[in-house]
Every structure is written in structure tokens, then in C-alpha cells.
Design a binder for this molecule. Sequence first.
Ligand SMILES: [Zn+2]
Length: 409
Amino acid sequence: MQELGDIEKQPHKKVKKNEIPLEFTILATHNFARASIMRLPHGEVQTPVYMPVGTKGAMKGVTYSEMDDLGCKLLLANTYHLAYKPGGDLLEKVGGLHKFVNWKHNILTDSGGFQMVSLSQLSEVTEEGVTFESPYDNSTMHLRPEDSIHTQNQIGADIIMALDDVVRTTTVGPRMQEASERTTRWLDRDIEAHKRKHDQNLFPIVQGGIDPKLREQSLNDLIQREANGYAIGGLAGGEDKVDFWKTVAQCTAKLPVNKPRYLMGVGYPVDVVVCSCLGVDMFDCVFSTRTARFGTAFTDNGFLKLKNKEAANVFEPIQKGCQCQACKSYTQSYLHYLIARKEVACHLISIHNLNYLLQLMLNLRQSIIDGKLIEFTNGFLQNWFKNEGQIPQWIIEALEYAGIPVKQL
Ligand SMILES: [Zn+2]
């Protein structure tokens, strides 16, 4: 077995042909929850893990070297932005995104589909692919499964995503069924187009909205394709929280135990804790840095709005004991003052929020290993909802299902 130290000595490790570029080892469990090690071409990742999102190949407000300092081992980059600039051809020429941005750890790229639909005013989906109006200029662009995979092969991330037919989570009826079934047909084209199976892992995305029958069908179809890991898509789109957790639970119960599961677009601290308990291993969300841009920081007691004038008189860090650059150096009062100079404050609060989530995952993971997930989860919820006075019912139900009795406040 290769030790972590060996991987760090050879960060740009080449994986031999015919070797699976992902090894997933479960160290401890609590019912559905797992603490694992995911070994990828650019080193080990401890899961459950939160993946920061690096839009356009650079974190908004945070540099790659700062991400490294925070202990991040896997981050997400957006194919759509990279394909536009600097472009897949250039990235291929320089040897991929890792080399281009000097990131020695792992990268996951999305398929570009979601960005495309969310950014575009007009998009049209046919069996062939998606046609949409570019948000950069007035040109029309086409994205087929083959195009997405080709660009992701050029970028060279350790994990790449299948192109799915994206519809709003709350969509019902024939359109949802069509999207779910088309996602499976596109997956077969993705697999066919994938030219780097020896060093890039293609994750299919389970679809089906909040309809248990469609989810079941999608799960069956995708599991048959025997991928190295699976993503759960189509959630965190404004659906009811009960539908949300039940759909996550349905997916984690059915997906292969020995492969990582990635819940897309979920990164709100409470959701991340609950879904880790339900058996999810990977999360991503732009929320931590987006909310930082509006002056909101994560703390053990919930969200702290540094814009509020009360912060001007608090001469303590955002979170006592936090080891991030913002908390080690500055008071809430100073950060409140800095918010007028947007970029600096955004940078510091982003670092804090990313550090908060990365640490939250490490602590949760350690509690699974120590057999203390019940205590950890209760402690987290008691603190998080202290100011609100009660823990929402859906959380209590979801955790009870996961074998974690929760004490109401
Ligand atoms: Zn901090």
C-alpha cells in the first residue's frame, strides 16, 4: 500500500493503464455514515469531505496556495468557464489544469451542463445535446455529452462528471421522466467518449427529482454501468426539506457501499452534517464563499452577519478557537469596518467559511472513527440552533432514520 508521504513526494503521480484511478477504503461506520479514505491520482482525500468551488480555475477571493494552507485536498473547477477561457486546447497543451494553476492535490470538474443552463437566458435541449446562447457574447453554443467529456479529458481532473439533462428540482410529470431517462442515455455516450479511464474517474449523476419511482429507475440504470463513484443530482433546488432528505436516503441506501457518493450543490453546514449521517461522502457548494461576499460568516452558533452594526462593538474573532487567518488576526469589529472595502473583507470571510466547513467535516469524520457521532451531531445542533430555540422537525426525523437520536432544545 502506498503511504501518504510517498504520494506527497510525487504529486503528479502517473497512474498505470488498466489500474482503477480510485480506491475507496472505509475505516469506520455509524449505520449509514462512513469515515473513509479516497485515494485518487493526486493523493488521498479523507471523507466525508467538503469541496470548495474554484470558479474559472481560481477561487473567488481565495488563492490556490491559501486553499492548500487550509488543508484542502480536493477542489471543484467549472468546465464551462475553463472551456471558454483559457480553453481546453491550451490546458491540454500545458499538461492539464493541475500544472496550469500549480495545484498538486485533486480536482473534480463538473460537466458544464448546470452552469450552462443557470447562466443562459435561452437553452434548448434535444437528444443530441444542449444548445444555448452564450452569456459572454451573442453566439450560439452546442454542448453534447461528447463535447463535455472531451473538454474534461483536456482539463485532466481526477474526477469528471457525466453530462446530465438538467431540469428544475421541482419539475414534475413527463419532462422530469424524459430528463432522467435521457441522462442515462447520455451517460452511455459519456462512457464511450471518455479517453482517460486509466487516470480520470467518470461519475454518473443519479436523477429523478423527488419522485421515488424515477429515482429508483435512475439508480438501477446507473448502478448497472459500474462507475468508480456516483453523484446524486437534482436536489438543493428549492424542494421541501422532507423530500430532500428522503431522496438522499433513498439514493445512499441503494448505491454500492464500497464506492464514494457525491451530493451535488449541497454545502449549507446543517445539510452537510445531516447528509453525512445519511451516508454521503462528498459535498460542494458555492454558498460558503458567496455568502462571505455579503459579509456573512459561519460560526458554531449559526450565521454571523458582520454587516450588522452590533459587530462594530465586538472585539473578538468570528469564532473563538478558529485557526484561520481571519480569526487569528482580526476582531469582528475590524471586519465590520473592512466590509466597506469589499475585497479584503470578502477574502478574509471566505477563508474563514471554507476553513469552518473543512474543519466541520474533519471533526464529524473523527467522531465516526471514535464511535461518537451521536454526541457530535447533538452538540453541533444544540449550538447551531441555540439562537433559534428549536431544531427543525425534518432534521430530527432524518437523523432518527440514520440511527442518531436527537434531543430537542
Ligand atoms: Zn476563522
